[in-house]
Design a protein around this ligand. Structure first.
Ligand code: SAM
Ligand code: SF4
Ligand code: FES
Length: 345
């Protein structure tokens, strides 16, 4: 398949043949051509700018039991911690000093973080740094809760849909979680005026070309402002300990396809890519990504936020991660910018 054929299939929403060709024997040339096209469609919108988000991992407690995740409630060996509101503010201050104008508060679904506690934290961050965007990635909550957090000043919410195939969703999650509720949360967030991020793992157990095509079709119709795509990485204390990790090449192909079909989307080159390949994030940027998310969590807790094995950046100080990433971004001809990095629609 040549690149023109692939692009016209992507534009008509016929993803399966492109995925087959891109992962087949001559896939490397097609992947490279699609990456080049992805960079070309990114350029007029975002130039060479790469946006930086400071990730603060606020809690490793989680009431959920997603089968793929090391923080699942059934993992009794997981080390649990939660940051206090003042710890979180200190991380946000450090991020501001380092030039970050977005902080992402991410964590397991931890009952400690009630609406009241979170609204207090969001308001304090906004009071201290009015030009900083606050992104939340705290799992499923009710519409009322999302509304209160939005009112307190939250700008964006990341909630990966994980898979757009209902039976695959049921395989990856316990019965207490439902595909319908996940989708309802995404619709609620959109309705409340958040910039919304969906996304999925590449190579999650049970994923097929057909489920991936559904993910792409979902993204094409939902048109999220952000889309988190990273390879699945096994965690030793989960039911998927022996499953193979996802492919870096397929992740990059999917990043290129998503950039081509939805040119304005904010697309991170994820830590999981960097975990599987020392140059994984650089490859992601070359495939069309335009966001990086260095870790801002206190070094003392980083190893405890173990969603998968061998996670990188768990021993480094925030400043080290930030400057390390800046060099990596520059090595692929991009530049890290001090900017909120809002969606340009
Ligand atoms: N608890 C929130 C949630 O689930 O939306 C936010 C934190 S959760 C750790 C963030 C994302 O990590 C999930 O959406 C999932 O896609 C990803 N993740 C979990 N386990 C993973 C694994 N083993 N490999 C790669 N990504 C994983
Ligand atoms: Fe909890 Fe999120 Fe991990 Fe699921 S993916 S177990 S909700 S931290
Ligand atoms: Fe964290 Fe390189 S990005 S140390």
């Amino acid at each position: 398949m040549n690149v023109a054929e692939a692009i016209s299939l992507i534009e008509t929403g016929d993803f399966a043949p492109v995925l087959a060709a891109g992962t087949g024997p001559d896939g490397a040339a097609l992947r490279e051509a699609l990456a080049e096209r992805a960079r070309a469609v990114r350029e007029p919108i975002y130039g060479n700018d790469v946006f930086v988000r400071g990730l603060i991992e606020i809690s490793s407690y989680c009431r959920n039991d997603c089968r793929y995740c090391g923080l699942r409630a059934s993992n009794k060996a997981a080390e649990r911690y939660r940051l206090s509101p003042s710890d979180i503010l200190a991380c946000a201050d450090e991020g501001y000093r380092l030039g970050f104008r977005t902080v992402v508060l991410q964590g397991g679904e931890d009952a400690f973080f009630t609406d009241e506690v979170l609204c207090g934290i969001i308001r304090s961050i906004k009071r201290a740094h009015s030009d900083t965007a606050v992104t939340l990635s705290l799992g499923e909550r009710g519409r009322e809760s999302f509304a209160r957090l939005r009112e307190a000043g939250a700008d964006r919410y990341l909630l990966r849909h994980e898979t757009a195939d209902e039976s695959h969703y049921a395989m990856l999650h316990p019965q207490s979680m439902s595909f319908e509720n996940r989708m309802q949360c995404l619709r609620d967030l959109r309705g409340l005026g958040y910039q919304v991020g969906c996304g999925f793992m590449v190579g999650s157990p049970g994923q097929t070309a057909a489920t991936l095509a559904k993910d792409l079709a979902f993204i094409a119709s939902f048109r999220p402002e952000m889309c988190g795509i990273g390879p699945f990485v096994p965690h030793h204390a989960t039911p998927y300990a022996a499953e193979p990790a996802g492919s870096v090449a397929l992740t990059c192909l999917l990043l290129s396809i998503i950039r081509i079909m939805h040119p304005h989307v904010l697309l991170p080159a994820t830590t999981a890519l960097g975990t599987l390949d020392p140059n994984g994030r650089e490859k992601g940027l070359l495939a069309g990504a335009n966001v990086v998310m260095p870790n801002l969590s206190p070094v003392s807790v980083r190893k405890k936020y173990a969603i998968y094995d061998n996670k990188i950046c768990t021993g480094e100080e925030s400043a080290q991660c930030r400057f390390c990433l800046e060099r990596r971004v520059e090595s692929v001809g991009c530049r890290l910018v001090v900017d909120r990095g809002d969606f340009r629609g």
